[in-house]
Design a protein. Sequence first.
Length: 331
Amino acid sequence: MLHEVGLLGATRIAERAIVGPSAGRPGIRVRAVAASTADRAETFRATHGIPVAHPDYRALLADPGIDTDSVSLHNSAHAQWAAEAARAGEDVIVEKALCLGRHELHALRIAALAGGVHVMEVVMTAHHPWRAVIRTLIASREWGELTGIRSRIAFDVPVGSGYRFVPELGGGAFLDTASYWLQALQATVGLAKATVGGHSDFSGPGGADLDFTATLTWLSGRRATLDAALAEPHRAEHEFTFTGGRIRLNNFLRPAAGPFPVNLVIAPQDGRHRVASFEQSVSYDDQLSRILRTLDQPGAVDCSDAAAERVAVMEDIYLDYLDALSGRSGR
């Protein structure tokens, strides 16, 4: 089956996640693009050899030759345009974050079910085999009990450049990084029954969070922490602390830029370090393969439970911080 894709957004992420990986691949073709202006869409079309540039997003959604839409707009626009695409009867691929809270999620799910279509949030790091290794080590207790997980994610983007620094558009360090963090936790320890916490000085332009610390704490005492930042040197790492050692994953976003082998550095307390190596991969190529497998599944599928869980936890972390500011207890 050939999927004809329309791009809502003439963006760098659309280039890397859809246009590039789909070139020459059977089963998918980028048919059209729409952007914030008609000129921007036409420039993108000409640059990438896309057949059609539409003057606006609604014109693209009305294109009868499109069956799948890719939404890569600023975060606050994801839910609106994904829902409109779903109501038009088109499958939808949405860049993280899927939406900005339960209210948007509810409306999006209704639209997906009404349209009888798939609506999928894509997190490019999902399903890498390192997760299975961590799950096995946790279950086997080879290095003792897992006591904590610390994730550090920072993007070196100039202050004031783009929607990331506009809170009204869903910007900020937390929303830019939390999907990677939460998806990794879902794949290793799960998110159920965790108490949330969050903090930021919101010191960026317009009150954007240039840095954000988020926590999940379980009754066992195990804690997962995200240190997120914008306008700092690039960093992407997870560290799992066991009673008998530590396991560190560095540069887990590196395969987005091209073939790169991700490694786990395992450091037990006895000092016998070892490295668990994985074959090099390209995140966006792997992601597109997963997208096509989902699109080819028969029957309608609305937003996944995993994506819904991430949306809910992100919202709760923000609300916890607002509760703390007003003197109420956390969640």
